[in-house]
Design a protein around this ligand. Structure first.
Ligand SMILES: *Cc1c(COP(=O)(O)O)cnc(C)c1O
Length: 470
């Protein structure tokens, strides 16, 4: 592709992107594709000869786009938001055009320094103190794994990387049952093991772990010869938005010298609004915090912000300097590849910087406040509607509900059918969860394009689907 062709197709891509965004409201939110349908439309073998870009682009529009679920759709109320604001999409294009590699300061100095500045802006925006240092991770799962590795190394006196874990004391990590599955996987991958991830009972409307139960579990483990290493505090659990009392968790954990990691992947973004910070009060005492600008904040996936308090412990765990990566004579610089699992690193700070500037904190706060208010209004309307009941109260913009037609039918089967009717209709998209062991339908508002009317439309769709099922 020569320079003129590149310019032409980049323009075509921009036109597609603008057309796609403008047409989203008319499309079903979820792809109606059957498994295998897209693969069957593609040749089974790779092309030997070069193909014209026009054919590739046409196939993209014909085969790929209809098989997409539209995460930027204004009535996407499933899972969690994954906003790609236009400003971040443009930044991503520029990043991609430069094909930047950001492993070391010297491999892209601007990328490293912009990452430092943009994350410090974000730290200030969510009200964390200046002793936290930020690094961009590909995802919350990776940040959590790094936190588990640091927990492990701290608890083993930084011997685990060298000596391995066989023969080492058996480590313990504590979390509630509300944490995301990335916590379980971090326990697997760090060698700590699922059997040593101890579930602490929860209580209250926000289903936070009971601090006295955490204390008791740590004491029991110490008495039994285990070595407690850390605690994961949940700020906005994925199922129903569960919130631990972070201050109480930190107090218990630090009394025993344990490391505290806060998983605020979704809810952490809301902390740009000072009025929501009570939800993570005490986070400033944690050792590690992850929140995802690639969810609610509008930064195109992927961009996960990991704030670390003791960068020394983090680097002692993560950093390695073979000769070919040494940057002799540059002692004051940061080489972010020493902070993360990947060596090669994308230039993700550019899109965070674009978003913070293009929207301003006030713009982003306004969006989040709207989502929270609209979602809470919807929860109240559903709760007042005959046959509907909330399965979990709203936490920020997330709640769950069930429908009971009152004729004694199996509510698991009925609510599953209700969800299917809602989603097959295509006007909105919701996903399931379990609350107290029972099936429930989950709602969250978080798409940047969502309006109050879209949330109101969800009420009509949900009620009509329930009536359709009798
Ligand atoms: C989304 C989410 C995750 C996983 O995030 P990734 O960035 O996709 O790894 C982890 N924890 C919570 C609470 C989440 O909401």
């Amino acid at each position: 592709m020569d320079g003129e062709d590149f310019r032409h197709w980049a323009h075509e891509a921009a036109d597609f992107a603008a057309r796609y965004r403008a047409g989203l409201r008319e499309k079903p939110v979820r792809a109606g594709t059957a498994p295998g349908e897209i693969a069957a439309a593609l040749p089974a073998t790779p092309p030997e000869a070069a193909e014209p870009m026009a054919d590739i682009f046409a196939d993209f529009e014909r085969i790929v786009v209809p098989g997409m679920t539209h995460w930027q759709h204004p009535r996407f109320f499933a899972y969690f938001p994954a906003n790609a604001s236009p400003a971040s999409v443009i930044a991503e294009f520029l990043t991609s055009a430069m094909g930047a590699q950001c492993l070391l300061w010297q491999t892209s100095p601007a990328a490293t320094e912009l990452e430092q500045v943009a994350l410090d802006w974000l730290r200030q925006a969510v009200g964390l103190p200046a002793d936290f240092t930020g690094v961009i991770q590909d995802s919350a799962s990776s940040a959590t794994l790094c936190a588990f590795l640091t927990m492990r190394e701290r608890a083993l006196g930084f011997t685990g990387n060298q000596a391995g874990l066989s023969g080492a004391p058996r480590l313990r990590v504590y979390a509630s049952g509300e944490v995301h599955s990335s916590i379980d996987r971090a326990a697997w991958f760090s060698g700590i093991g699922a059997d040593n991830l101890i579930r602490i009972p929860t209580a209250g409307r926000l289903r936070g772990m009971v601090p006295a139960a955490l204390e008791a579990a740590i004491r029991a483990d110490l008495a039994a010869g285990f070595r407690p290493a850390g605690v994961v505090a949940c700020v906005g659990g994925t199922s129903i938005g569960a919130m631990d009392d972070v201050a109480a968790v930190v107090e218990v954990a630090h009394r025993h010298g344990l490391f505290v990691h806060v998983d605020a992947a979704w809810a952490g973004t809301a902390m740009i609004c000072p009025e929501f910070r009570t939800l993570w009060a005490g986070a400033e005492g944690a050792d590690s915090i992850v929140l995802n600008p690639h969810k609610w904040l509008g930064v195109q996936f992927d961009c996960s912000a990991h704030f670390v308090r003791s960068i020394d412990d983090h680097l002692r765990t993560m950093a390695i300097q073979p000769e070919y990566l040494r940057t002799h004579g540059q002692d004051d610089i940061v080489n972010f590849s020493e902070w993360t699992i990947q060596l090669g690193r994308r230039f993700r700070a550019l899109k965070l910087w674009f978003v913070l500037r293009a929207h301003g904190l006030e713009g982003l706060r306004g969006m989040i406040r709207d989502h929270v208010r609209w979602s809470q209004d919807l929860a109240a309307r559903l709760a007042a509607e005959p046959g509907f009941a909330l399965a979990s109260e709203p936490v920020l913009s997330l709640f769950s509900f069930r429908h009971d037609p009152g004729d004694g039918r199996d509510l698991e089967v009925h609510n599953l059918a209700l969800l299917r009717v809602i989603n097959d209709g295509g006007a909105i998209y919701l996903t399931p969860t379990r609350v107290d062991g029972r099936f429930a339908i989950r709602f969250q508002a978080g798409s940047m394009e969502t309006t109050e009317a879209d949330v109101a439309a969800a009420f009509d769709v949900i009620r009509a689907a329930a009536h359709a099922l009798g």
